[in-house]
Design a binder for this molecule. Sequence first.
Ligand code: HSE
Length: 434
Amino acid sequence: MAKKEKIVVGLLGAGTVGGGVLKVLEKNAADIAKKAGVEIVISKVMGLDIEGMKKEFGEGHIYTKNFADIVDDPEIDIVVELIGREHPAKEFIKEALEKGKNVVTANKDVIAKFGKELFPIAAEHGVDLMFEASVCGGIPIIEPMRNVMSCNKIKSIMGIVNGTTNYMLSKMSNEHLDYDEVLKEAQAKGYAESDPTADVGGLDAARKMAILSSLAFNMDIDLDDVYVEGIEKIQACDIKYAQDLGYCVKLLGIAKYTDSFGASARVTPAMLPVDHPLATVNGVYNAVFVKGDAIGEAMFLGLGAGRFPTASSVVGDIMTVARNINAGATGRLGMVQYREKRLCPPEAMTSPSYIRMSVLDQPGALAAIAAAFAAQNVSLRNVIQKDNNGGTDIVIITHAVSRSSLEMALLQLNVLPVVEKICCVISVEDRNLE
Ligand code: HSE
């Protein structure tokens, strides 16, 4: 097969990330061509503001509002989808694959939800569908999992995979600020998604964990299979209690696989011992901590969002596809899911838990609370009682407990006359229990 002298790209979306891709490809063009072994040019760019795009990115590209101008252009080898959200991005990707185009995308919504439909289409047409930027922006984690780490049996992945919530929790920890205050600040700084509930409620992280766990365990793990809790109930006092006990609080994505129970994936606020490598990851930084049977422990750290970090992953994918095209090797690496889906039952997923409740400070209160836990066979590890803003807090850390037993105990606690409110529940991730 004759090698192409240049690889032609059609870009869908010239916003924050699309603009970054145009700029990186222009700035580093000579080196990129040498490293990819071929010149890479963006011939057409699809966006809404044609005049604005011309002004920002110059006259060197054809600008269009029309997807057909890109997908039906026989010169275009790679369609890069950076418009985001589910629709029409999914339909654009599908049509491009069906028309024999390689696709690079940063779209976690589409890959998490429609990956299982799209990867077979890419395989059928012998083209690449690349998605490095869909998880943790600039951190290379998808390619290591698909390539250099793929000889491992991955046992677990723990990740700080949402920058907004990590920024908020870091700020709450360092400056002892409350939730509402730091959320406003994260929004003002533009870190939060357009709908910040996806960040603080854990959905953004759940999408990334669905993608990562499917890849790590070679099993189709849907977004609906990921158990999700957000950080909305965490207050500065929870972080303070955690600090007093030697922990920090993070929103963690946790995915595990065991031969006995199968796979589990969840996103949950978690207390991590301060000497855990992930405990050092603060601000908008993301990190993914992987345990494999051969590699041992490895941590991938970097910026999970932003114009140039995300563009770095997108352009890296474009270069990989360019090399594959000239090697006649596109379609070689899909999402390999050979394992039958087997999800760990909730009663087999255990970890210690932190529970803060506000209670009436009266005789027998603690005994009634302890009895409610005992009735569900939940054993207590630490108990703290403290005055808090005129009320009384009881903070309990349990020994390892299954989610189902904990939920039963919480239901029982909720109806006790001495318990005014269960304010916050946080999972505790001790290293020796991972
Ligand atoms: N809002 C996301 C975050 C951006 O805060 O990490 C990338 O998904």
